[in-house]
Design a protein around this ligand. Sequence first.
Ligand SMILES: Cc1cc2nc3c(=O)[nH]c(=O)nc-3n(C[C@H](O)[C@H](O)[C@H](O)COP(=O)(O)O)c2cc1C
Ligand SMILES: CCCCCCC(=O)C(=O)O
Length: 364
Amino acid sequence: MVPLTLAEHGALAQARLPAVIWDFFEGAAGSEWTARANADAWRRHLLRPRVLVDVSAPDCGTELFGARLAAPYGVAPMAYHGLAHPDAECATARAAAAAGALLVVSIFAGRTLEEIAAAAPGGTRWLQLYWLRDREALAALVARAEAADYRALVLTVDAPKVGRRLRDLRNAFALPPGMTAANLAARLTSGAAHAEPGRSGIEEHSRQQFDPAVTWADLAWLRRRTTLPLLLKGVLTAEDAKLAVDHGADGLVVSNHGGRQLDGTPPAADALAEVVDAVPADLPVLVDGGLRHGADLARAVALGARAALVGRPVLWGLAHGGADGARAVLDLLREELLDTLVLAGRPALADLDRGALASRSPYI
Ligand SMILES: Cc1cc2nc3c(=O)[nH]c(=O)nc-3n(C[C@H](O)[C@H](O)[C@H](O)COP(=O)(O)O)c2cc1C
Ligand SMILES: CCCCCCC(=O)C(=O)O
């Protein structure tokens, strides 16, 4: 079967993956309400098409921090792509570069930053960080990212610890043998390889390694260590968006972590406008969570996002088809976006503003 929707990519992946790994990918915190709401919220923004517009040459290309992208999209940072496919992040890097998409590499990647860069030399890559207790490890990663031509840093700020993910607790999820975070010393990663019944190795590991005492005041330490643009990922409120700007953030990612952290937060699609409206107009705001169709990319741009990141669907493609599968997911999103631009009578991203949407329809 040639998958024609992201959901069909998901079905192929689920058929292939061990259930505990599928659960780790798909799972979210608590009742998983926020994870479900993420996808539903995009669809509540109905599209308002314009007619008799010249749509013969639609263009969804864009530029982000000086890099050219084929569409306003990227791969969200996700730990351990090797759980999906043996070629791991190197395959994802090849897919993203071929599709003209940004790749945000997780601090918990299973391949080194240098291997990932070498796998797709022309690609646009950023590095995501969690604030570890071991600051020297963080500083070393920043230096390596700069040397390997990563173009920005993304500090994830919604995770003083990993959320309470019931599927992982039920499965006593732990990393399989051989699966390690290649960019960190073994002493910083070994905790995720074992879980007692009713526990999650990932959650325990985060309690050991993540610094839950970090505050806005600490950002200056990171800011001083790099000239790269610094984005904060996991901001959902106007208050925090303003604080981020005051503390030198160069961009934001509106995100509830795909519902994997605090269940009950607003869907990302609903938080986006609040954040966009709180920051200077030229500050790049990205968004992730629940984007499952190219039309959702159009919705994100219309609400003020400069680009959107896609998480689980890329792992679905990777799981069933390696680099080709991940690329197929990204290509499908771009094709669907172009189709949306044409049929909505808005042939360029600049034509997408809030007038392109009828929000919060009473009909669905
Ligand atoms: C398996 C998995 C691992 C993830 N690992 C990370 C991570 O290492 N760092 C991070 O900031 N976010 C991580 N996330 C969250 C994603 O970056 C992103 O916020 C979320 O997946 C977007 O939602 P979506 O999957 O609905 O597209 C992870 C998500 C998944 C599904
Ligand atoms: C201590 C390892 C944490 C990895 C967390 C990755 C993940 O599942 C997520 O951020 O979500």
